[in-house]
Design a binder for this molecule. Structure first.
Ligand code: HEC
Length: 93
């Protein structure tokens, strides 16, 4: 198992590769989650645009994901899964 080096200021041990698998399964139906994806809902922000926000912070995003936005089904992500997803989104900057 390869451990990815995370160069952000995050203090949690997260795995962006695992996060990529999760977002392709859970989020790609609505969000544009990767540059090679075709088609997403127009009202859902792309993950690249979320990563590019000046106030983007993986720890805050992981916290946000534990309490999902109203338009999104409650996916019951575990804390680890939310951290992995946030770490993956951080790589899109
Ligand atoms: C059923 C469609 C749907 C799914 C599935 C979905 N989202 Fe969303 N998401 C939306 C929509 C629509 C918005 C924009 C409107 C809103 O904020 O409610 C949004 C907004 C967001 C935002 C931005 C919130 C902000 O601060 O503006 C983030 C981050 C996000 N989604 C992450 C995710 C992640 C991660 C997943 C997968 C685990 C996911 N979403 C799955 C529909 C979805």
């Amino acid at each position: 198992m390869v451990c990815a080096t995370i160069t952000t200021t995050s203090t949690f041990a997260a795995n962006p590769d695992q996060g990529e698998n999760l977002v392709k399964r859970w989020c790609a139906g609505c969000h544009l989650v990767a540059a090679d994806q075709k088609g997403a809902r127009a009202d859902a922000p792309t993950f690249a645009s979320i990563a590019a926000r000046p106030d983007f912070d993986p720890a805050k995003l992981a916290f946000f994901l534990l309490d999902p936005h109203p338009k999104m089904p409650n996916m019951q992500l575990s804390r680890d899964e939310a951290s992995d997803i946030a770490a993956y989104i951080a790589t899109l900057k």
